[in-house]
Design a protein around this ligand. Sequence first.
Ligand code: SAH
Ligand code: MG
Length: 206
Amino acid sequence: MNLPIDPESIKGFLREDEGACLYRHAAEAACRGVCLEVGTYCGRSATYIGTACQAAGGVLFAVDHHRGSEENQPGWPWHDAELWDDEAGALDSLPSLRKTLRRAGLEDTVLPVIGRSSIISRVWRTPLSFVFIDGGHTMEHALNDYRGWVPHLIPDGVLAIHDVFPNPADGGRPPFEIYKLALRSGLFEEVEAVASLRVLRRISPG
Ligand code: SAH
Ligand code: MG
């Protein structure tokens, strides 16, 4: 894996070993179809996945409303005042993402889709070979992401989920809950686990 820029220079919440794991699975999946992530923020995961897509001649759609999750709002531990847009009176991580994509030379590979994940998944029509869920952490958002994007995955497609914490003391439940739903559905088998990242593969029928 050869990243064009230092991932630690991008604001974000993904560990290096998790990024490397995403890179490996995206490199394979990008040869079989289009990749998509939910929750892009300033583009750290998009740089790992996008670099893999670029090498394979594929693309990554990067879905985010760029207004931040609950835990990114003022007063929360993961709030970053540098991303505040005074005029909007809201967080705006899009300018930072654009800088990342330009610096990384990924503007023709990582295609930002700006809006709420549940609206975009509802009208989405392109089959996906790779979906990475790293968006809102409430049960509502996690369930919407799972239910909204899984139907777009092709057989053998990869479903990766971040912030899966089997032990409640380590973090919130919703990503773990949709991970369990995926396994219980019989549609997926687990292929890899790195830190809080889980990688599942959609079982092909027959
Ligand atoms: N993958 C990033 C971190 C994502 S943080 C990294 O590697 O660093 C979570 C992101 O999800 C935030 O940017 C937030 O704006 C976005 N988000 C939360 N709920 C969302 C929703 N319902 N639709 C679209 N984006 C959402
Ligand atoms: Mg995360």
